[in-house]
Write a protein that binds this ligand. Structure first.
Ligand code: KMH
Ligand code: ZN
Length: 272
């Protein structure tokens, strides 16, 4: 099996300090959390940004400051800024980080329920995001929250509406209202992707650790972080994103997967 790429989603848009006081809002807190994950073995950081009071934002200049600060603290790390932002944001708002020419960014592959909210990614929105990433030479991480999202983006790739092979998918399973985090669902999705693609699995909430185990043994890659889950185990909150990554590294070691460095991850993801 290839080495395991660990992504840390350190912040997200929904989780707050009320859920876990270590959730980062300020630039300094973002750097602290990114570095803890990087030092523990994360090759990739998925980045959302907040105002200092915790309000989610897609402001380009806030992204610029945070991305630059993380790059300096974590040499070589792969950064995947979010174009999902928070539910209710406009497509224009959400696209701002793509103006900074990151090497990757998320591209969300369809509309879905998201807890009590609706996360809107209709076809015109997705075509606009695909066009922007083609123009700016950004490799998308295709975020699939629902089984049908995968068919949608594969069809768009065939039509040249989003960047094509080799594609990187992130199967985000267990969001309330979306496809549940089960090994059967993950197995179905992995079997649909084109040869030469790479994939990551993200389990939300109580689905986080089972999906880490599945991703490791199925030969995929895994994402953890406060965006997805704040617990190290039932009833025990993680003190940092680094602690979550340390647990992934320990599981990978037990199960015989080596961890990819950022440079190795860049090769696996065809970024160089
Ligand atoms: N915050 C969610 C509504 C992404 O980063 O692209 C969307 C999200 C996806 O987190
Ligand atoms: Zn995200």
């Amino acid at each position: 099996m290839e080495k395991l790429i660990i992504t840390a989603a350190i912040c997200g848009a929904e989780v707050t300090k009320e859920h876990n006081p270590a959730v980062p809002y300020t630039v300094e807190e973002m750097v602290r959390e990114a570095k803890s994950a990087y030092d523990a073995g994360a090759a990739v950081i998925h980045v959302h940004v907040r105002e200092d009071d915790g309000t989610p934002t897609q402001d380009r200049e806030r992204f610029r400051v945070v991305l630059d600060a993380i790059k300096e603290a974590c040499p070589g790390v792969i950064l995947i800024p979010s174009t999902g932002g928070a539910t209710g944001m406009t497509p224009e708002e959400r696209l701002q980080p793509t103006e900074l020419m990151p090497e990757m960014a998320t591209l969300d592959c369809g509309t879905c329920n998201f807890g009590d909210d609706i996360f809107v990614n209709d076809m015109p929105t997705m075509r606009a995001f695909g066009q922007r990433m083609i123009e700016n030479h950004i490799k998308p991480e295709y975020e699939c929250f629902e089984i049908g999202h995968l068919d949608t983006v594969l069809d768009m790739a065939r039509r040249g509406q989003v960047p094509g092979a080799p594609m990187q998918f992130n199967f985000v399973l267990g969001v309330q209202g979306c496809t549940p985090a089960t090994v059967g669902n993950l197995d179905y999705l992995v079997k649909q992707i084109p040869a030469g693609s790479t994939w990551t699995v993200t389990g939300i909430g109580r689905g986080a650790w089972p999906m880490v185990a599945a991703g490791i043994v199925m030969g995929g890659n895994v994402r953890v972080g406060f965006e997805d889950n704040i617990y190290l185990e039932r009833g025990r909150k993680a003190a940092s994103n680094g602690e979550l990554v340390e647990k992934v590294v320990a599981l990978a070691k037990l199960l015989g997967r080596e961890i990819a460095t950022p440079d190795e991850a860049r090769v696996l993801l065809s970024l160089k």
